[in-house]
Design a protein around this ligand. Structure first.
Ligand SMILES: [Zn+2]
Length: 181
């Protein structure tokens, strides 16, 4: 694997904040903090023979994944606290990835402070994400709402980069949408 040099200045506000996609056969507890940010994406299979892939944003007119006829799918992202029950049990700030049906379950509700569990049953990671209300107790003061597009852009490598016109062009074309399409 080549070394991934990266001389972009780190966005310190977001250092260490993870994007969480609930794995198969697991159930995680969250307290939601902001609103859902929607984006059109593609599930792009790995080039290697391993079964798997990753979510990449659709960049519109010149999108290579559209050209390859990979279907688009909507994903929602929301700032949240996640309960981690490893060595140090505590609430950790994350960005939670939602499917369309999960976002519809939350649509029209007051989300800030809402406690939920998000779970996937079964062995395949594409099985449906199920959201249920689960009021949380013993919460710390809720962190401020922050824009989450910067961390998505950083994860997807589309942050405008002084040394690369191509990256800047991609960032401009990254189509973040709040509607359900
Ligand atoms: Zn596309």
């Amino acid at each position: 694997m080549p070394i991934q040099w990266d001389n972009r200045p780190p966005n310190r506000k977001w250092c260490g904040i993870r994007i969480v996609s609930v794995p198969a056969n697991s159930s995680l507890a969250f307290v939601l903090l902001g609103d859902v940010l929607g984006v059109w994406t593609h599930w792009v299979p790995d080039a290697s023979e391993r079964a798997g892939g990753r979510t990449r944003p659709c960049i519109g007119d010149h999108c290579p994944h559209c050209a390859a006829r990979i279907p688009t799918r909507w994903r929602g992202y929301i700032q949240a606290l996640m309960w981690t029950s490893n060595a140090s049990a505590r609430w950790t700030e994350v960005v939670l990835e939602l499917t369309e049906s999960a976002a519809l379950f939350l649509d029209g509700r007051e989300l800030r402070g809402l406690g939920i569990t998000a779970s996937r049953a079964g062995k395949l990671s594409h099985v449906r994400l199920r959201i249920e209300d689960a009021p949380a107790r013993g919460l710390p003061p809720l962190p401020d709402v922050r824009p989450i597009s910067p961390i998505l852009e950083r994860m997807w490598g589309s942050v405008p980069d002084a040394g690369s016109e191509r990256h800047g062009e991609q960032a401009n074309k990254l189509s973040l949408k709040n509607d359900m399409g």
